[in-house]
Ligand binder design. Structure first.
Ligand SMILES: Cc1cc2nc3c(=O)[nH]c(=O)nc-3n(C[C@H](O)[C@H](O)[C@H](O)COP(=O)(O)OP(=O)(O)OC[C@H]3O[C@@H](n4cnc5c(N)ncnc54)[C@H](O)[C@@H]3O)c2cc1C
Length: 456
């Protein structure tokens, strides 16, 4: 979508072929038949540092539909709350320090360990480092409290993997962007409308710029006509001809397409890169209660299977249902993904009551469980060698999708970046170079003086 809209804005006539009947891909919403409600396949959050995603939202006119916050509440079983917020008076990277020092959820030893770790991670880690986050945490004296209540819950869950499966440079990037560079970079955004409604802005934008979205159009084959420099794409519902092709699929979808593409040098390498990719699951439990059970918009839930609580009734106030609608997210948990619907919902409600006592007296009106087994690609050490660049093995064909070499983990920002890179590559191939990549936010305060060359 980001490639299509950037190119449409540049004056190209763009056709977006989408297999499903709605936009959004892995970030989408639909009417769940079991609860008769429109739900997101999972709560998606973005951060201020997601400049290309914000740029894309701005281009298609939906940026004001994002609700931003700079506070994060951690809750312990029993209900004790710790509020992490940015100080307005202290320069980055010290802006988060007062609330971390005051955190009731962390011991003195945890806080000292975190402060030491943050100081070390102020400078980027060399991209070629083959260390995992887990090894680095143990090597750098991180306490069990800091590991379980911060590194596992906040960082590993953002990267949707266990600390021992995450390449250190990716974890270090998340720390710098969310906690060190600036308060603005770390502010968190959530859509106030269902995700497919948010992304339907792309369809309208394309139409207004002479393009079109073709739904239910699964691409089943692509042929390159050398003589006329044209691609012909086959879908069940029709044939589409184009001068340029951007393949913006997840790695599994790209793998399925490979045997249907024309032979070319470099296809084998691409196939071997795809073979090294793996994905991690994310589950979400959607609960409707007959009354409000918390006044918080969202929270990080400590020491239990459920990790994040999003109060959708508050985040999406247009929802008219009486009572309240909460979404609970469980990242990087293969065990939770293996539970049955009944087991998962019962566990989620039981645990939720430990954080919010009102749950015990509230009536659960209805519930849904969404398991996304192929939610995100994992970022173990060495993954960068398995992330292909924008240029593809085929002529006039670019690759996009979150798993392309953007330097970002599996996020909507990585997808938006990859799309902007693909759009730039198309314009370059037409000898009409354009810049679509939105620049990163500049570090603020004292972070401006931190050397950006990677440390080892
Ligand atoms: C449960 C869950 C939670 C997540 N949480 C977050 C989060 O909080 N923040 C965040 O930034 N990211 C999050 N992500 C990751 C984010 O959703 C992805 O990184 C992003 O959506 C990837 O976008 P993409 O365009 O690369 O791929 P996709 O979203 O997978 O889009 C690919 C599109 O191609 C279509 N398609 C596939 N095959 C064909 C074909 N043959 N022909 C035509 N069309 C085809 C698909 O239908 C889909 O629409 C989460 C993902 C999941 C699943």
């Amino acid at each position: 979508m980001s490639a299509a809209c950037a190119l449409a804005e540049a004056g190209l006539r763009v056709k977006l072929l989408e297999r499903r009947a709605y936009l959004g891909g892995r970030a989408s919403s639909y009417r769940h038949p079991g609860v008769d409600e429109v739900i997101d396949n999972c709560q998606h959050v973005l951060f201020g540092c997601c400049t290309n995603l914000v740029g894309f939202y701005t281009r298609i006119g939906v940026a004001e539909r994002i609700h931003w916050t700079t506070t994060m509440t951690m809750i312990e079983p029993g209900g004790q709350q710790t509020r992490l917020a940015s100080s307005r008076w202290l320069p980055a990277p010290l802006h988060g320090l007062p609330s971390i020092l005051a955190a009731k959820a962390l011991t003195r030893a945890d806080k000292l360990a975190l402060a030491r770790a943050f100081r070390k991670l102020m400078r980027p880690v060399a991209a070629e480092s083959d260390e995992t986050l887990g090894t680095w945490l143990r090597r750098n004296g991180q306490t069990p409290g800091a590991i379980n209540r911060f590194w596992r819950l906040v960082i590993a869950s953002a990267l949707n993997a266990d600390v021992d499966e995450i390449a250190l440079p990716y974890a270090a990037k998340v720390i710098r962007e969310l906690f060190l560079n600036s308060a603005e970079a770390g502010s968190m955004g959530m859509s106030t409308v269902p995700l497919s409604e948010l992304y339907s802005g792309a369809e309208q934008f394309l139409r207004e710029h002479g393009g079109e979205v073709v739904f239910n159009a699964s691409v089943e084959g692509a042929a390159w006509d050398e003589e006329n420099s044209q691609w012909t794409l086959t879908t069940r519902t029709g044939i589409h001809v184009a001068d340029f092709l951007v393949i913006a699929l997840p790695f599994e979808g790209t793998a399925k397409l490979l045997p249907l593409m024309p032979p070319a040098d470099g296809v084998e390498k691409l196939a071997s890169q795809i073979a090294r990719q793996a994905h991690g699951p994310i589950c979400s439990v959607h609960l409707w209660f007959d009354r409000e059970v918390t006044e918080l918009d969202h929270a990080v839930l400590l020491d239990r299977e459920i990790h994040w609580m999003y109060n959708k009734s508050r985040l999406q106030p247009w929802r008219t249902a009486k009572g309240s609608y909460l979404e609970l997210v469980v990242s990087a948990s293969r065990e939770f993904a293996a539970l049955s619907r009944e087991e998962a919902i019962a566990l989620a409600v039981r645990e939720l009551a430990e954080f919010f006592p009102q749950v015990a007296t509230a009536k659960l009106e209805k519930a849904a469980l969404v398991k996304e087994v192929r939610a995100t690609f994992t970022v173990p050490p060495g993954i960068d060698a398995a992330r292909p660049r924008t240029a593809s093995p085929w002529p006039n064909c670019m690759l996009a999708g979150d798993w392309i070499a953007t330097g970002w983990p599996s996020t909507m920002e990585s997808a938006a970046r990859s799309g902007h890179l693909a759009a730039e590559a198309v314009c370059a191939a037409m000898d009409e170079p354009r810049t679509f990549l939105d620049p990163d936010l500049k570090p603020r305060g004292l972070m401006r003086f931190v050397r950006t060359a990677a440390s080892s």
